[in-house]
Design a protein around this ligand. Structure first.
Ligand code: PLP
Length: 401
């Protein structure tokens, strides 16, 4: 059954290599995370110079600037100084939140998150402004999304105030890790998990909310150049009635195989179609997708199988403010292939232009670079996020001591 499925995925002789283990065994060449695989990566430098092993971690000197090569930041994990933790028991109230040194956490082998995937994640960024101030972008949107996800997974969740305050404290405690203006951002990763022990399938009796941080640069190894995407019409990211609309951790491991195979063939990432008709555009592995045709910008509606990105929502608003017609509607893959421009949006990728899409045996190319709508939207959005442009929308939140 599985072999049959694999074979169907890989026409054109690829199945042989795939089944021979080729697809799984040689990572690295097409890896997008420039910082995670090479010996000279900033992660390596940090773990040796600033962090040491977990024992000497205690000896770090917070008064020193972070030992990071800001010009070589990719999207790899770089351990920082502190993480924020807060727990809730059965009654669902999160209490006693506090900053702890960044490090390993202890979990019961029978915790809900390890056994049944009862967990959510979030992602948002803090930018350093030219005047030194620190800016978050719409953090309350991430808090609300975590609440929606928690409801779907039968978990208690922090209040919006608790969430935003936890994120701010994590930024301040790790502020020496916020890259200089123009060099990247401090990525914040809030987690919510069923930490209590269960054996029979049921919601866990205890919950942990945790936020850690890592300095990041570009998500894709392509940097700001265009992505080459592969449409996978066999594997699906989400199904109707499933949990694709919330940021549950269980949505991501199933995407890895499709993503890895696409990368092995030289593509940047995968675009998924709807699982019912195998025809309509959904989204990429971890970002939303837009198309431009003439002066109309379109993106699929968020009806449960697409993650409602904060970036997506912000781009829809900015585009409308700039006079474009924006439609949230079903987009057949044929229409995707005939677009003038295609771009991806997400906190990690920001607004990333797509240069080509391969679907079955067809490859379509799209406009990228100077003068494109996606570039204008990228500059508008990042101008606000980085504090370079006036924030007329009230989207940014300054983080102060
Ligand atoms: C997080 C995520 C996005 C982007 O959401 P943002 O809020 O813009 O970061 C899009 N798709 C998936 C599947 C995601 O996990």
């Amino acid at each position: 059954m599985i072999l049959k499925q694999l074979r169907r995925v890989n026409d054109g002789g690829f199945s042989q290599k795939f089944l021979g283990g080729f697809c799984f065994s040689r990572l690295g060449h097409y890896e997008p995370y420039s910082s995670s695989s090479t010996a000279a990566s900033p992660v390596q430098e940090i773990s040796e110079a600033a962090m040491g092993d977990s024992e000497s971690h205690r000896g770090f000197d917070e008064s020193q600037p972070a030992n990071v090569n800001w010009d070589e930041l990719g999207f790899g994990i770089c351990p920082t100084d502190y993480m924020y933790m807060m727990r809730a028991s059965k009654n669902g109230e999160f209490v006693n939140g506090e900053l702890n040194r960044f490090g390993n956490i202890e979990l019961s082998p029978s915790s809900g998150v390890l056994n049944y995937g009862q967990g959510l994640f979030e992602g948002l960024k803090a930018y350093r402004k030219p005047d030194g101030g620190l800016l978050l972008f719409r953090p309350e949107q991430n808090a609300l999304r975590m609440q929606m996800g928690a409801e779907r997974l039968c978990m208690p969740s922090p209040s919006v105030d608790q969430f935003v305050s936890a994120v701010k404290k994590t930024v301040l405690a790790n502020k020496r890790w916020v890259p200089p203006p123009g060099k990247g951002s401090l990525y914040l990763r809030p987690l919510l998990m069923g930490s209590g022990a269960v054996l029979g399938l049921a919601p866990a009796p205890e919950y942990l909310f945790l936020t850690y941080a890592s300095p990041v640069g570009n998500y894709f190894k392509e940097g700001l150049s265009a992505l080459n995407m592969y449409v996978d019409d066999e594997f699906h990211r989400a199904t109707r009635g499933g949990a694709g609309g919330v940021k549950t951790i269980s949505n991501y491991a199933p995407v890895l195989m499709a993503q890895r195979c696409a990368k092995k063939r030289g593509f940047s990432d995968v675009i998924f179609l709807d699982s019912v008709h195998k025809r309509n555009l959904e989204e990429a592995a971890s970002c939303n997708v837009f198309i431009v045709k003439g002066n109309v910008i379109s993106t699929p509606p968020t009806e449960g199988t697409i993650l409602a990105g904060v970036t997506r929502k912000s781009i829809v608003e900015l585009a409308r403010d700039n006079g474009y017609k924006v439609e949230e509607r079903t987009i057949p893959v044929e229409e995707l292939m005939e677009a003038d421009e295609v771009f991806c949006t997400g906190t990690a990728v920001v607004v990333a232009p797509v240069g080509s899409i391969t679907y079955r045996d067809k490859r379509a190319e799209f406009r990228t670079g100077t003068g494109t709508i996606s570039q204008a939207l990228y500059l508008n959005l990042t101008g606000i996020q980085m504090g370079l442009m006036e924030d007329k929308k009230g989207w940014t939140v300054e983080v102060t001591e």
